[in-house]
Design a protein around this ligand. Structure first.
Ligand code: ADP
Ligand code: ZN
Ligand code: ZN
Length: 726
């Protein structure tokens, strides 16, 4: 009988397709890649099932064109199951989930070339070649370097500052020849630290849970030695011959963190981050799959790696929003981590100084075991937090007199300070003092930010740019004012105030080049006195042992956002920044400037600490049935006209509202900032106290969405467990 296969294609259709499988081919296997005709193209799809019958008439079925995986299928059973589960849970097309699991090079039909030889050595017959010109200084120097090292990889050569051109000249002249790179011998491993009592208990608990699905929440203040706990748990896991997965937030994967893991486990760590080339990614992927690499350290997408035998999963800074993918497949890497631990029957350790309300709720429900580290490791003391009432104070570029005094004292004592403001650029608003005109973005319902040094206005929502005007475009007056501070303005103000001290700004604008963060931080890490100023980039992953003073310029924005998670976010960010102070052996102080020193959220945080603050917020969520005490999903739509988006959602809502008892359908409502990058956005919210109900309502909504004729220019998507409602 004719063999048939079901294939998931990379397509936004929530549907799979049957194809004929040629008789003469070896038996099809689930998870293998195939080239199939799809519309008028050919695409790389994945076999998800093997069947004897199709609902489609056999005469209408097309045949698979080519098998693409000769040895094992590209996607193993475990990942295939995960993709199928994800497609149901996140209501996302299966083909697109599977695509994201595949390394880029395997998404194409051509077999990727084996990694090319990338090291270069001297041609043994160099003596027979005409000598290099004396004036070719660079070539001479590179040749000397290769002679000295025996061989050098292209990467090493680049790192030494030679251009590809210099290298190519030596290759063309046959002075150098390709060779197999010899990996550098692993350095000797760092020895584990002696654990303190709390760390010891945490390690014992997780190690005791190896070999079975056990969930832990490790709540440990910043600097309490969580990383040391991870390292010792991993050592035990490796002892048993299993692999470990460590997830790190997007900007938390610093060279510092990576180096710490590599020093402890030389040659065993596979780091997955955005800086890798496609072929490096593929190599890593394969090494993880065969079990050759034991430790995977990576950001969000590392949770989709294909493991040989996974023994433990660790999610560092589990509260971090970067674990949630914000476009396409809206998965949460933290939640998928827990799912994978269940599949592999291994423990998962979620850790943070400021755990998410979701995880705290799970500990209360008895699902997660709560481990705590309440003391800082070594000698460090917890920092003191103080609210500074800045009402009616004269601010100098956003800084109150007391903050300036303290910065000055701190410098005099040879210490470092950190000034935090989560807003980059020079000023968030450009306004005409004469007629009131404001610089708006043409494509968004938003103001443009002044970037003074570049003489530019930039929209932080769509990245539109304009030259900074010198006259008001409306009345021609030159009395333009820059309103409010940004990090660039603070940097300038601090430089003027403290001309003798280095002022280092860390934000997306100063660190966009590779390696620039490391360069900027070199002096600070060596302990030289100075002032750091920056956005939340400073709040994550970095260890600044000599920072003793943290000044928070403006936190009020976070207190008055309409988003139900805003207060939680604000508290987490504040404590993460505060945690940068006094991590070494000097005590730290945190000064928080605010216009609302009586705000209960701030008072809870400062006077009673994170746990109580979080409990109060959880109480509110419970009352309102909001996540994590209830379940939520959002359907978003965007179009060229607001009407189109609203009409589409109106019909969906009409269909889904009331159809499933116990699931509320709210909206459609336009987004708070309706227009972004020229498109109007609106959404419907689904809310229920039972997850099952939520899924049923979503199924109905999606079916209705798919039935509606797609206007060419309309896009919609579904987000389960959303971070934001718009
Ligand atoms: P966290 O990850 O909780 O922020 P780290 O693991 O980075 O904390 O530890 C903070 C500092 O304390 C590091 O410099 C680390 O080397 C040190 N440390 C951690 N555990 C110990 C220990 N048991 N004894 C001495 N120092 C420790
Ligand atoms: Zn004007
Ligand atoms: Zn814009």
């Amino acid at each position: 009988m004719q063999k048939l296969v079901t294939v998931a294609n990379p397509s936004p259709l929530r549907k799979q397709f049957d194809y004929l499988w040629p008789e003469s081919w070896p038996a099809p296997r689930p998870g293998e890649r195939v080239l199939v005709p799809f519309g008028n193209r050919r695409v790389v799809g994945l076999v998800t099932a093997i069947r004897r019958h199709s609902d489609v008439d056999a005469s209408k079925l097309k045949a698979v064109v080519q098998r693409l995986d000769d040895d094992q299928p590209a996607i193993g059973k475990d990942l295939l199951d995960l993709a199928q589960w994800s497609a149901r849970y996140y209501h996302h097309p299966l083909g697109e989930c599977l695509q994201q699991m595949l390394p880029v090079l395997l998404r194409r039909a051509e077999t990727p070339k084996a990694a090319t030889l990338t090291a270069w050595q001297l041609n043994p017959e160099i003596a027979d070649l005409p000598p290099l010109s004396k004036r070719a200084h660079q070539q001479q120097a590179l040749l000397a370097a290769v002679t000295e090292h025996g061989q050098l990889s292209k990467r090493q050569i680049k790192a030494m500052g030679y251009t590809g051109d210099i290298l190519n000249k030596l290759i063309r002249g046959k002075y150098l020849q390709a060779c197999t790179p010899i990996p550098p011998p692993p350095p000797t491993a760092d020895r584990p630290l002696t654990l303190n009592e709390e760390q010891h208990c945490a390690v014992q608990a997780v190690v005791g849970g190896l070999g079975a699905f056990n969930r832990f929440l490790l709540e440990g203040v910043t600097g309490s030695g969580k990383t040391e706990v991870y390292l010792q748990v991993i050592a035990e896991c490796l002892q048993r011959g299993d692999q470990a997965l460590v997830l790190i937030p997007e900007i938390g994967l610093t060279p510092q963190t990576l180096a710490r893991f590599e020093r402890r486990f030389p040659g065993q760590v596979s780091a997955l981050h955005s800086g890798l080339s496609d072929s490096e990614r593929l190599n890593n992927w394969q090494a993880i799959r065969t079990g050759e690499r034991q430790i995977v350290l990576g950001t969000r997408s590392a949770v989709l790696s294909d493991f040989a035998r996974l023994g433990v999963i660790i999610v560092d800074e589990e509260h971090d929003p970067s674990y949630k993918q914000q476009d396409g497949w809206h998965y949460s890497a933290r939640d998928i981590a827990v799912k994978r631990a269940a599949d592999w029957q291994c423990p998962v350790l979620l850790a943070s100084a400021t755990p998410s309300l979701d995880s705290l709720y799970n500990t209360q429900a008895g699902r997660y075991q709560h481990l705590k580290l309440v003391n800082r490791a070594g000698q460090a003391q917890a920092p003191t937090l103080r609210l500074l009432d800045i009402r009616q104070q004269t601010l100098e570029q956003g800084l109150s007199p007391l903050v300036i005094d303290q910065l000055s004292d701190n410098l005099r004592q040879g210490n470092q300070s950190l000034v935090f403001l989560n807003r980059r650029g020079f000023a968030p608003l450009l306004q005409c003092h004469s007629c009131g005109w404001m610089a708006d973005c043409d494509a968004c319902d938003a103001r443009m930010t002044v970037h003074f040094r570049r003489r530019e206005l930039r929209c932080h929502h769509c990245d539109a740019r304009k030259a900074l005007p010198t006259h008001c475009p409306q009345c021609g007056n030159t009395s333009l004012i820059y309103d409010g501070p940004g990090t660039e303005r603070l940097e300038l103000a601090l430089q003027q105030h403290f001309p003798e001290a280095p002022v280092i700004r860390i934000d997306r604008d100063t660190t966009s080049n590779k390696g620039s963060m490391t360069n900027l931080l070199t002096d600070i890490q060596q302990g030289a006195p100075g002032i750091l100023v920056g956005t939340q980039m400073l709040a994550k992953g970095h260890h600044f042992p000599d920072v003793t003073l943290v000044a928070v310029v403006d936190i009020d924005g976070g207190l008055f956002s309409p988003d139900f998670r805003a207060a939680e976010r604000c508290g987490q960010l504040l404590l993460q920044v505060a945690g940068r102070a006094g991590r070494g052996d000097k005590p730290g102080t945190v000064l928080i400037q605010t216009h609302c020193p009586e705000h209960p959220v701030l008072l809870d945080l400062v006077q009673r600490g994170y746990s109580e603050f979080a409990q109060a917020l959880l109480g509110e969520r419970k009352l309102l049935n909001l996540p994590p005490c209830g379940y939520m999903a959002v359907m978003r739509c965007d179009a060229r006209q607001l009407d189109q988006a609203m009409q589409f959602l109106q019909q969906v809502s009409h269909h889904a509202n009331g159809a499933v008892p116990g699931c509320d359908v709210i909206g459609p409502l336009p987004a708070a900032m309706a227009r972004r990058a020229g498109r109007y956005r609106a959404s419907i919210i689904f809310q229920s106290s039972q997850r099952q109900r939520l899924h049923q309502a979503l199924d109905l909504a999606i079916a209705q969405g798919e039935r509606q004729r797609r206007k060419a220019d309309l896009r919609w998507s579904v987000d389960v467990d959303p971070l934001e409602v718009f």
